[in-house]
Design a protein around this ligand. Structure first.
Ligand code: ADP
Ligand code: MG
Length: 269
């Protein structure tokens, strides 16, 4: 009986790639906005000490009283940490540079791999009724990223449409496989999304063809075009979906959001 009155558990998606500058944070912000437009309640957990997702969603550095650091290492309850953003239905756990020391502190902590999973299980999270929790990972396969993969239902991998893109991917896939073996057997791959795609560029087309040949339907149908509006939006502290709702970038992220919703309706991966 009581189970019926509880909201279903949020789907946790780690957005990960150990390479920097491939579009993780951009995807975290804009996928959050796209899912929110589809009436889903979203929590974005900023797991990168650079705090770019927090900045990009308009949380000023001086307003980050409680952060991901407190969530992982201070047992601060989620409801004290979570902030709403200007984007309707998108809340955030912000990050500051403090988080860079967390990676080191974690090594001596016996719960080091599952602090995020435990923190997101706090009973008070039910009060928020999130549909999706997106975790914006740092550009590394460090313990923070491990925490994201242990907490997550799935991993979404942004892949920049450039020459060495597929090289780093095999390491990431290996890490996901290891995670399944040691800590999180049900971890799925949400999908691989090509980012900064330039349809006039042969290289982009070649990376796409290679990715689809090698990875089949793990690659999202949607590709995210290189679009100047996408790169401008963070300096206005908003997702491109608000900054320029009809831009190519906004439309692509909306299409990605639909694919993610569909994936999670049928749980095919
Ligand atoms: P990561 O989080 O993987 O380090 P970011 O999301 O911060 O990568 O993106 C790296 C840079 O590329 C940023 O300056 C961002 O604005 C830019 N960028 C990301 N996606 C696009 C896109 N589709 N079009 C244009 N610029 C983009
Ligand atoms: Mg980033």
């Amino acid at each position: 009986m009581s189970d019926l009155s509880r909201p279903p558990a949020a789907k946790i998606i780690a957005i990960a790639n150990q390479k920097g500058g491939v579009g993780k944070t951009t995807t975290a912000i804009n996928l959050a906005a796209a899912l929110a437009e589809a009436k889903k309640n979203i929590l974005l957990v900023d797991l990168d000490p650079q705090g770019n997702a927090s900045t990009g969603l308009g949380i000023d550095r001086e307003n980050r009283d409680f952060t991901t650091y407190d969530l992982l290492l201070e047992d601060t309850p989620l409801n004290q940490i979570i902030q709403s953003t200007e984007t309707k239905r998108v809340s955030i756990v912000p990050a500051t540079v403090d988080l860079s020391s967390a990676d080191i502190e974690l090594y001596t902590n016996e719960k080091r791999n599952h602090l995020l999973r435990d923190a997101l299980k706090q009973p008070d999270i039910d009060g928020f009724a999130f549909d999706y929790i997106l975790v914006d990972c740092p550009p590394s396969l460090n313990l923070l990223t491990v925490n994201a993969m242990v907490a997550a239902d799935s991993v979404l991998v942004p892949l920049q449409s450039e020459f060495f893109a597929l090289e780093g991917l095999s390491q990431l896939m290996l890490t996901i496989r290891e995670m399944r073996e040691v800590a999180n057997p049900n971890l799925r791959i949400e999908g691989i999304v090509l980012t900064m795609y330039d349809s006039r560029n042969n290289l982009s087309q070649q990376v796409e063809a290679d990715a689809r040949d090698n990875l089949g339907d793990l690659v999202f149908k949607t590709v995210i075009p290189r679009n100047v509006r996408v790169s401008e939006a963070p300096s206005f502290a908003m997702p491109v979906l608000s900054y320029d709702p009809t831009s190519k970038g906004a439309m692509a992220y909306r299409a990605l959001g639909k694919e993610v919703i569909k994936n999670n309706a049928v749980k095919k991966r």
